[in-house]
Design a protein around this ligand. Structure first.
Ligand SMILES: Nc1ncnc2c1ncn2[C@@H]1O[C@H](COP(=O)(O)OP(=O)(O)OP(=O)(O)O)[C@@H](O)[C@H]1O
Length: 231
């Protein structure tokens, strides 16, 4: 295993000929909970997609070591629009598909992991409800649980608390902190709320002005309050 889940050298990310971020040198260690912060449109999602390998870099190099399983990814899009009334349990079970295939029934040996994941995310009481009838917070927890069911070592979450009220946001962030501290997951989270930063992590990846750097949470807070454009 490499020391870092991702190591980039002079990376440019963007679309066509337009770089959104350039000169990105990031070394992201295993086991970290790293918030990616920056204003709307700064390039957090574009950087995530490139780090995940969903989007080709425009220039530079990148190496990845996500462990034995593919990384989990909870994209910003929060609405599932299923053609049929899919249940919470069925959605979380989709996280098992890389291991079990598109099974109609989850094999017995995977049921325990599915039950544990539902319990960890306090979804066991709601597992037979349809996704469409859940609150925003429960929907988000369901999509996060699906990513964690896959047993990935590394999970990317793009604005996982957007649109949630304060209580639901705290519940989701506390779960992520616990998954990092107690389950050893590496968690990368695009998040814009400054107030949560110092509670979430000592360091953050600050994305702004066409660049991305790992800085202390305090530095990022100062920069957002009093922009110097040096970061
Ligand atoms: N598919 C695309 N094609 C062309 N440009 C795009 C595409 N997706 C995003 N962009 C542009 O890339 C820039 C960065 O967008 P991105 O979504 O990565 O920012 P972000 O920091 O995640 O924003 P937000 O906080 O609003 O989610 C923006 O100027 C956006 O308009």
């Amino acid at each position: 295993m490499q020391d870092h889940i991702v190591s980039s050298n002079n990376l440019s990310v963007g679309y066509g000929r337009d770089a959104v971020l350039s000169g990105v040198d990031l070394q992201i260690p295993h086991g970290i909970l790293l918030p990616f912060v920056g204003p709307n449109g700064a390039g957090k999602s574009t950087l995530f997609n490139t780090l995940l390998g969903l989007q080709e870099p425009l220039a530079g190099s990148i190496s990845r070591d996500f462990g034995d399983s593919p990384p989990g990814y909870v994209p910003q899009q929060k609405q599932l629009d299923p053609l049929y009334p899919v249940s919470v349990r069925q959605i979380v079970a989709m996280g098992l598909y890389p291991e079990i295939g598109l099974a109609l029934r989850v094999p017995q040996c995977f049921q325990k992991r599915l039950d544990q994941t539902l319990a960890t995310f306090q979804l066991d009481q709601h597992q037979h409800k349809r996704f469409a009838e859940l609150s925003g917070g429960m929907k988000q927890k369901t999509l996060i649980a699906r990513a964690f069911a896959a047993n990935s070592d590394v999970i990317f979450l793009d604005e996982p608390t957007a649109g949630l009220d304060a209580a639901a946001e705290t519940a989701v962030l506390n779960l992520l902190i616990a998954m990092n501290k107690h389950a050893g997951k590496t968690i990368l989270i695009a998040h814009h709320r400054l107030e949560d930063l110092s509670r979430l992590a000592a360091d953050v990846c600050y994305v702004n002005h066409g660049h991305a750097h790992i800085v202390s949470a305090d530095q990022a807070i100062q920069e957002q309050l009093h922009p110097s454009e040096t970061l």
